[in-house]
Structures are given as C-alpha cells and as structure tokens.
Design a protein around this ligand. Structure first.
Ligand code: 4NP
Length: 157
C-alpha cells in the first residue's frame, strides 16, 4: 500500500502545490513513485478550482518542476485518508487541527510542520510568498527542496 501524503497551506496556490511538485519530482528521480500517493489542499476556499499562482508556477518551472494541480479545500475526511498531513505554517497547523471532530481517533500525530524535516534550515515555517516579490517564491522552493529530501529519507528509512 502506498503511503499517502497531503501538503497543506492557506490558499493551495503557492506553497502546498509547490511542495507537491517538489515531492513528485524527487520520488520520480529516485524511482520511488510506486511507494507514494501525494496531493495538496488549502485551509481556505478563495482559489478553489484554480491552477497554482502564475508566479509560483514560473519559479517552479525554472527548476524543471511543472505544477499542474488545482486548488481544493481540505476536508475532515482527508484527516483519515492520508498518512501524513504536512503543513507550511502554524496557522495551517491550527486550522487543520480544528477539523478534528472525533477526538478518539489518533490523527494528531499525522499533522506536522514540513520544515520539521529540514536538514539545513532552522526556520519553523515556510513564509507565505503571496503578497511579496520574486525572492519569496525562490525561498519557498529552497526551503521545500531541503525539507522534502529530509522527509523522503525519513519515510524510506
Ligand atoms: P499559499 O499562499 O497559502 O501558499 O497558497 C496564499 C495564497 C493566497 C492567499 C494567501 C496566501 N490569499 O490571501 O488569497
């Protein structure tokens, strides 16, 4: 059975689709595609149905990563469907936790900050690039590249 990974941010048009794209590229490069199923979602619904932000898509494409996913809002059933729910910041963390209705179900331990897997960064959160300049989009990909190496290493250990 494939391990199911869900990346989560606020709008699901910048950080989490980028994480999904980076993860997919890395498992392809490492010939691990059969082991994983990956998706992304947002805690907000403003951009549902949209492709990732053009700035995020362009920045990812400049690194050979095509972002094709469309925004969707996270639902309570995702908490049970996925094995790992990896959030970009503490607001996402709180929003995902607030979806838990059945407190007897041990889903809490599935929810983690993606940068807890970083090898080289001490940052806790992936900064939201939406209202900033190009640097923010490059920073998102730099942080995710490093953390997702750490994540994949931990999953295949
Ligand atoms: P994301 O970035 O959470 O990384 O997708 C954002 C996208 C849109 C908005 C905020 C953050 N927004 O306010 O519309």
């Amino acid at each position: 059975m494939a391990t199911k990974i869900l990346f989560v941010c606020l709008g699901n048009i910048c950080r989490s689709p980028a994480a999904e794209g980076v993860f997919k590229q890395k498992i392809k490069e490492r010939d691990l595609e059969k082991l994983f199923a990956v998706d992304s979602a947002g805690t907000g619904s403003w951009h549902v149905g949209n492709l990732a932000d053009p700035r995020m898509r362009e920045t990812a494409l400049s690194r050979g990563i095509e972002l094709t996913s469309r925004s969707r809002k996270i639902e309570e059933c995702d908490l049970y469907e996925f094995d790992y729910i990896l959030v970009m910041d503490n607001d996402n963390f709180d929003a995902v936790k607030s979806l838990i209705k059945d407190h007897r179900n041990p889903v809490n331990s599935k929810i983690k900050l993606i940068l807890s897997y970083s090898k080289n960064s001490k940052l806790e959160e992936v900064p939201d690039p939406y209202y900033g300049g190009q640097h923010g989009f490059d920073k998102v990909l730099d942080l995710l590249d490093d953390a997702i190496d750490g994540l994949i290493d931990s999953l295949i250990d």
